[in-house]
Design a protein around this ligand. Sequence first.
Ligand code: GLC
Ligand code: GLC
Length: 639
Amino acid sequence: MKDFRFESQRTLTRILEKIDLSQLSKSQQNLFRARLDEHFPTLFETYYEVYGWQYDFYYHIQSLVEVLLKGFTERSAVLKKKDKHKLADPFWYKSENMLGMALYVDLFGGDLKKLKARLPYFKSMGINYVHLMPLYRSPEGDSDGGYAVSDYRCVDPKLGTIDDLRDLAKAFNKADINIVLDFVFNHTSDEHDWALKAKDGSFEHQQFYYMFDDKSEPEEYEVHLREIFPQVRRGNFSFEPTTGKWVWTTFNNFQWDLNYSNPSVFNAIADEMLFLANIGCDALRLDALAFIWKEKGTNCENLPKAHTLIQAFNCCLQIVAPAVVFKSEAIVHPDEVLKYIDKKECQLSYNPLLMALIWNSLATRKTRLLSASMQKTGDISEECSWVNYVRCHDDIGWTFDDQLASELGIKGDDHRFFLNQFYTGRFEGSFANGVAFAENPNNGDCRVCGSLASLCGLERAQQENNQVAIDLANKRILLVHSIIMSIGGVPLLYAGDDFALLNDYSYEEDPSKMHDARWVNRIEVNNETLANSPNEKVTQSLKTMIAIRQEHSVLGHAITRFLSPPNDHCFAYLRENETERCLCIANFSEYELTIHPHTFDILGQSTATDLCDGSTKALSENQKILPYQYMWLRVDKQV
Ligand code: GLC
Ligand code: GLC
């Protein structure tokens, strides 16, 4: 690749001659210049790669620096102090103390003020990372759970105001709780000011989106595209009646994809992004980031320029708000997920492969695919971190690697069909109560929704009043959590799962929700639930598990080595730091099994403590592992 050092330096010098830094103090000017010196070369290179061909490239890059200056000027002194702290502790997200929760403000408290009042709950659980699901102004009725944003600078009035959000961020930060906000930058709602102007005929704003005069170009693209929500609308384009044009809408027809081949879009979104950063959040979740770049003849997912753009956004953040990290939401092929994970791109990433394969192992009681997949793609850069989850607000997609599966004798599509049958409870003997989502009438493909507890069998077991099945379901709930608590990375709980809440079917009666089964797992957590857990056993055991994690740094910032499974049904990995080793073994079956002592050789000691119950294990002997039991066998390293 060409070295742009000279060009970027010259461009920066010229821009700095043109822009006015005088509203900043001398020391702030120096800080801004120092950040530019460090990060402008990469920003220039990435921006040039995407927009260098534009006749007015220089105009746009100068405007972008003005956007950065504005963001820097508006960033409060408190947040600038936070920048300094986080830069001095860049791996804060690797600590054993990290524990996340994702929640909808309306379903968890009701509004921002009430959520703030629940701060003691988060403290009592040890949660120090709270992801507030999209809370921006969005269309009435269906807004894709808030993922159709009409105004990034305005909180949904039902939840409060932007000042309430700032206030909440301040209070939570003070209590050492990180705030995560969504950066929904692939699309806006069709009610966003830019979309309204586009509908009004503004050519400039029509260029913010992909708008076509007729269907011929969309059809050329369409040949290679996936359909994300085939249950509500076929294809990826929607007719817009006021202009008579076709608009690119990957998700719902009211979510208009932004056109990043237009540098004005990049600059405008960078401005919105810095506004969000300046509210005081600690991470931004890059929603649907795989889709931001389109090229005819491709599937328009995970294209190289999507990465270039994210790196450019990351540079903007490094210059203005370096306390904030990016979290990638790429629910795509495992090899593609990995490509977003880089200090220069996204420091954090959801781990959809681990998530899907945990469910796979529960259904099949087998761990070969899980172990082999983690061995292949579980390792990421030392500087970055997985965000490990079992359930979230979305459906479960079975995004494992078909090639790897086939090496193990598993046929990808057939197996996906089985998993869908299993988790929708159609498979004989299944314990799960899931709901099919986004069924494709052409190929029968679908994904699965449902609460963690219902998918683990609790709903069915309770209906049948079957105590044995209830116990097994509870054990499954704890087992899957034990994995995300110990495997390395930020464990992310989904609100309500700590109380083992069951599916909520009330969405079936709501016309704005009934076509979207994901609402079955968007469940209210009310005061009554907080005060009296409907499943005290699970809640208490989870708290214990969290406390154990917090006491042992080997469960935090340490390397993870994925091991060959000790038998067909157990999953095993080693955590290791400079002084300790911890061997984690999880039994994904309802049978008692025996672990042969050679499995423990890796610990290099004759005894270990199982952190889960405090017992001492003689490592030269066979060890029994009970149904769904998990062990965390810790030793000191020999000096
Ligand atoms: C992400 C969100 C999902 C939403 C989609 C479109 O995948 O998690 O809920 O529907 O993006 O914004
Ligand atoms: C697609 C997207 C994913 C999103 C999901 C929503 O699978 O790839 O990002 O979460 O749709 O259902």
